[in-house]
Design a protein around this ligand. Sequence first.
Ligand code: SIN
Length: 338
Amino acid sequence: MREQDAYLSEAVIGGSGNGCKLGQTFPAPETPDASHIDQSVELAGVRLKNPVVAASGTFGFGREYGEFFDLSELGGICCKGLTLSPREGNPPPRIAETPLGMLNSVGLQNPGVDAFIRDELPFLRQHDVTIIANISGNTPEEYGVMCEKLSEAGVDLIEVNISCPNVKAGGLAYGTRPELAAEVTREAKRHAAVPVMVKLSPNVTDITEIARAAADGGADALSLINTLRGMRIDVNTRRPILKMNTGGLSGPAVLPVAVRMVWEVSRAVSLPILGMGGVSTGEDAAQLMLAGASAVAVGTALFADPFAPLKVRDGLVGIAARQGLSAVRELSGGVRPW
Ligand code: SIN
């Protein structure tokens, strides 16, 4: 039996009824020198210096997190979702904790695409990091207008959000109907001078249907998963915790759903995938990459630990080193299904 197998079976025995051996410590696996590991990846022809992106809606426009670390350390920053006009978002309460996650019903609060280009993009551009603009529209035409403005302004990639569960117009209406998903993608592609990545919703019966529709519409990449619709209720007041009644679930609880969906989509279409959903460690990120993602986004984990993306990056590099790889991207699609 290999040493590694012994380590695993001991853990399984302890967890399956023999009782946890309190006080017993397992030696941390040795981390070989990882300085030779190539961290760079490609997403729709755009080079990221490492595979870790700050997920949209969890990083604002980077200013606050820039007080903790140099934003150039990241592979990419996906900005808070933009709309054509400014939006105040939904009324509070619009955030609620859940077991191993959180619900949000923010409702796309943002200053609008023009203010982003004027006030935020110049700051972001001071850093050596790939900038991804996330956009939501009320109509396919609005997506087109924003793609044109953002391409001219010089973002590197546009994430077309057809999966926000917290707005009445656009959002999920586009992300759950293949023909509308394809139409929005086509309109975005017609006006974008940079690659277009379509963000998919998990709130569908078959995510590969929407993935194929986005591919048919000309998407250069896909990102998944957005949040799962959920609800919490205060049993004393009998009121939902969120003012909008429902919201989107994110955090570690959704990771297995994300891994499964990335795996399904990667087998259905041949587009690069930005995988996300509950990533807080290098191992979580490696699961998404093995399932088929080219890069990963870290979101909810940022609220508990602003350094989470850097820890995820270092964890991924450590896994690549321990597995004898020369580049982190070699993990992509490497799952060995039974
Ligand atoms: C929100 O602002 O409501 C979240 C955005 C999203 O889930 O796409």
